[in-house]
Design a protein around this ligand. Structure first.
Ligand code: VGL
Ligand code: ZN
Length: 196
């Protein structure tokens, strides 16, 4: 961001695209305002990581119809990202390569899971591939991006937040999240800071 450094992407880096699903886009069941505006930038990141033979992960919220986070069960959210529905599909303009690692989370009807690492194979997939650094983008900044980043840091990955490719639900909470993640040791990057 300060253009003090250019980060060169290597095969042992991973791009983690968080929850870029129809239900989180404008018109969806749980829309994040302006979420589609980050898609062209995410596609630029995808191109850089693909050209560098790096790992590309897409997480998805993948709830059963009676998930504990839904209002009908006393949770905070309207029903969203229900398994095998249109709303749970990735946005059609997202240019995911065919070898993208898709990680489904919050699949247990009695357990909320905001982090892509929570009860998934993500940590072992990354360590199997020798990944040391993760680069996180997607939605929502203060929920699933936040939780995924905190877990990544705790697991020992050098963690970069792609600041021009995240969107939050609440602006103040999102800003607070950025400061919190900086305190935890995350590094903020934008697409111009990367080199393929
Ligand atoms: C998310 C709210 C509910 C997210 C998922 O992807 O940030 N937010 N479920
Ligand atoms: Zn959810």
């Amino acid at each position: 961001m300060n253009h003090l450094a250019i980060v060169k992407i290597r095969p042992i880096d991973a791009l983690i695209i968080v929850d870029m699903q129809n239900d989180f886009m404008p018109g969806g069941a749980l829309p994040v305002e302006n979420a589609t505006t980050i898609i062209p930038t995410i596609n630029r990141y995808i191109k850089v990581f693909e050209d560098s033979n790096a790992v590309i992960v897409a997480t998805r919220d993948w709830h059963p119809p009676n998930h504990i986070s839904f209002n009908i069960r006393g949770g905070p959210w309207p029903p969203h990202c229900i398994q095998n529905t249109k709303g749970a599909e990735f946005h059609p303009l997202l240019q995911l390569p065919s070898n993208t690692v898709v990680v489904s989370k919050a699949v247990d009807e009695d357990k909320e899971a905001y982090s892509g690492f929570d009860s998934t194979e993500l940590a072992s997939i990354l360590s199997d591939r020798g990944v040391k650094r993760v680069f996180i983008c997607g939605v929502a900044t203060e929920y699933c991006v936040r939780a995924t980043a905190i877990d990544a840091i705790r697991l020992g990955f050098q963690t970069y937040i792609l600041i021009d490719a995240i969107k939050g639900i609440n602006r103040m909470k999102s800003e607070k999240t950025i400061n919190e993640l900086l305190d935890y040791g995350a590094i903020m990057l934008e697409v111009g800071d990367l080199k393929g």
